[in-house]
Design a protein around this ligand. Sequence first.
Ligand SMILES: [Zn+2]
Length: 132
Amino acid sequence: MPEKNTLEIFKPWLLERQTELLVDIIAAREAAVAAAAATGIDATDVNDLEDQASKRERTTLQDAEEQRDHDELADVQAALARFTEGSYGTCINCAQPIDFPRLEAIPAAARCLACQRQWEASRVPEAKASWI
Ligand SMILES: [Zn+2]
């Protein structure tokens, strides 16, 4: 079982990753707003702008990348919240310690490998379907 002190090494990584993802997401949003402005759409709601821009300007790949950034940001922020709670490194499903090599590979991992596989198998594979 990894020591709490050892797990602390992941915190700066998570904080840095959070910043990177926020920068990416803000840049993508600004690009969407700029694209919408360039097409003469006058709307103040950013989500509207994103919807319209995504239909007009952006590729499915860019949308998928942005969605992945959002998903990863949610994972990273949840991991940071678990640091605050003191539950970081513990599987949110079975409460067993997550293997250290798994955390090294995926510091934002919320589940041990066994629970992650079960969880992925139980999900509706809509996210994956859009990749095909
Ligand atoms: Zn588990």
